[in-house]
Design a protein around this ligand. Structure first.
Ligand SMILES: Nc1ncnc2c1ncn2[C@@H]1O[C@H](COP(=O)(O)OP(=O)(O)OP(=O)(O)O)[C@@H](O)[C@H]1O
Length: 234
């Protein structure tokens, strides 16, 4: 299990305090108003920001002294995930080796990851020849070949249309169930994520102020959830 306990960061005049857990195979959706600290939380987990206090551990081992590359996460951002001049196979292969000198076994891994993402016949294509949804699938396939147990997704589907977002969300859900990958997904579309999420966490002003069943979105009683969803607006 991933355990983050009072991970604290002072950034400018703002202070962030985060506590959360994530189980292998669990899909936790993170929502909150712009500026609440969602990306900052991912930065702290992945090791791109250094906390002033608190603890962070995975399967009982502290992660705080580890570099981002040594941590059990793969991170996928909203856009700019692919190199347009490299083929799909090469873009996926970068997850295994930055020099793209791949062994036969690694080339096999690339093909398998592409096939799992429905890209088996697009290995020689360049990203600009693919749809936006297919491009994000390539980026996901690159995450898969890294074989890390935890996936951090910073709104990777927000530029896509709703039907494609749904399709990729279902894909992520399948990864948690079939591969046992723990996923932390930032979303600006909580209702869309509702059906696939195991838990929902709401951030407000640098803290997780609600964490519970996604069905809480249906008839929110928690004041912060009501604020976030605009239920108390005139
Ligand atoms: N590298 C940084 N240095 C200083 N302040 C930062 C840095 N990155 C983010 N911030 C500030 O931290 C706060 C939280 O930003 P963050 O990007 O984590 O929010 P967010 O919830 O992900 O927002 P959004 O939904 O708009 O992406 C903001 O006020 C932002 O200006």
């Amino acid at each position: 299990m991933l355990i983050c306990d009072d991970l604290t960061l002072q950034r400018g005049s703002e202070t962030f305090h985060f506590s959360l857990t994530l189980q292998p195979g669990e899909l936790l959706v993170l929502v909150g108003p712009s500026g609440a600290g969602k990306s900052t939380l991912l930065d702290l987990l992945a090791g791109f920001a250094t906390p002033q206090q608190g603890t962070l551990s995975w399967q009982g081992e502290s992660l705080l002294a580890l570099s981002p590359a040594q941590r059990p996460f793969t991170t996928l951002f909203q856009s700019d995930n692919l190199f347009d001049h490299l083929t799909v196979a090469q873009n996926i292969g970068l997850g295994l080796s930055p020099t793209l000198r791949l062994s036969q076994a690694q080339r096999q891994q690339v093909q398998e990851a592409a096939a799992r993402m429905g890209l088996g016949d697009r290995l020689a294509s360049l990203p600009p020849q693919l749809s936006g949804g297919q491009q994000q699938r390539v980026a996901l396939a690159r995450c898969l070949v890294r074989q890390r147990p935890l996936l951090l997704l910073d709104e990777p589907f927000s530029a896509l249309d709703p039907a494609l977002r749904q399709e990729l969300l279902r894909e992520i859900h399948r990864l948690t169930r079939v591969e046992g990958i723990g996923v932390l997904l930032i979303s600006h579309h909580p209702q869309e994520a509702r059906d696939v999420a195991d838990r929902l966490a709401l951030l407000e002003q640098g803290r997780i102020v609600f964490c519970g069943a996604p069905s809480a979105l249906d008839a929110p009683e928690h004041a912060a959830l009501r604020r976030y969803l605009g239920h108390d607006a005139d």
